[in-house]
Write a protein that binds this ligand. Sequence first.
Ligand code: PLP
Length: 372
Amino acid sequence: MRAFAYLDHNATSPLRPAAFDAMVAALRAAGNPSSVHRSGRKARGIVDAARRQVAALAGALPSEIVFTSGGTEANNMAIGGSGRRRVLVSAVEHDSVLRAAPEAEVIPVDAEGVVDLGALERLLAASNEPALVSVMFANNETGVLQPIADVVRLARQAGALVHCDAVQGAGKAPVDLHGLGVDYLSLSAHKFGGPTGIGALVVGNGAPFASDRLGGGQEFNRRAGTENVAGIAGFAAAAAAAQDGLAVDRLRERLEASLLAIAPAARVFGAGARRLGNTTCISMPGVKAETQVMALDLAGVCVSAGAACSSGKVQRSAVLSAMGIEDAEAATAIRISCGWDTDSDDIERLIAAWRDLYIRVTHSDIMRARAA
Ligand SMILES: Cc1ncc(COP(=O)(O)O)c(C=O)c1O
C-alpha cells in the first residue's frame, strides 16, 4: 500500500515516469533550439517532435501550437491576442480568464453548472461589435463539461471568435480543436502528469493573433523567449501517455455511490450534467471543507477544499455560487480528483476516512444534543 492516497489531480497531477525520463534526457542534451550547431539542432529536434505530439493530443496541426509557461499564460494570451475588445465569458471560468477580461459580459450557468445557451444567444444578439467568447472545456471544481460545439455554432452565427480553456479537459477526455471548431485552446501539462510551468496556446489556423511578447522570434513570432526544452519534452511525453486514456470513470461511480450511502444528505455538485470521469465535488452536511481536508490528510488522503487560492486559504467558491448553491452548503464541499496513478486502494482509503469523520461528527452532535 502507498504511503498516502493522492486524490488532487485537478490541482496538479504527479509527474508521470515517462515525462520524468524525457525531461532528464532533454536536460542532458542542453542546447538552445535557435543555435545552428549540433547542440542547438538536437534541442530543436526535441521541441519539433514534442510539438507534433502535443498537436496530436489537441487535434491540431503542429504549426498551431504555441508553447507557453502554462494554462494561465495561454488564457491571458488568448484573451489579449484575439484583438477583440468585446469579450463574453462563462460565470465558471478560471481566474486566469476572468481577470484577463475584467470588463467581460458574463454568461450565466444553470444549477448543474452548464452554460446557458439561450443567454449566450441573447448576449451575442445585443450588440454588433465582433466578440470573443471564452467557455471552458471542463470545470476545475466540478468536472462539468460544457457544450462547446453549441457555443461555437452560436458564436459563428454572430461572427464571434471562440476560446476554450481545455486545461482540465486535455489528457483526461478527448479534446479536438478542429472537431470542436474553436479558434483558441489552452492546455497545461501539469494537469495530466507533465511538469508544472509548461503549457500551450493552440491558435487555430487563420485565427487572428497578436502577441504582446517582445524579444526573439521564437514560436513563430507568437511567444518570444528561449524555449523551456525540458518542460516541453516532459509535456509531450505526458501527452503521449495520456492518449492511452484514463479508466477512472468506474472508480468515480464506486466512490460516489459509497459516499452517498454513508451520508445520504450529501450532494454531488453537477451530478446531473456530463462530467469528467475523474472529478467529484461533494458536500459533507454540516462539516466545513477545511475540517474535512485536514481530517482526510491526517488519515493519509489528499483532496482539496473546492477553490483554494494561491495563499492556501479557502475562499468562497464562485463556481458553486454561480450554480445557485448557498454559501453554507458550498462551504462543506470538497473536490476529489483522480488521475493516471489512482487505484481502487486509494478510493477505499478515502471512503473509509470519510466514513470515520462523518461518524465522529454525527456522534459528537448526538452527544451534544443529549447533554443539552
Ligand atoms: C481550468 C483552469 N484553467 C487554467 C488553469 C491555470 O493553469 P496553470 O496552473 O498551468 O497556470 C487552471 C489551474 O488550476 C485551471 O484549472
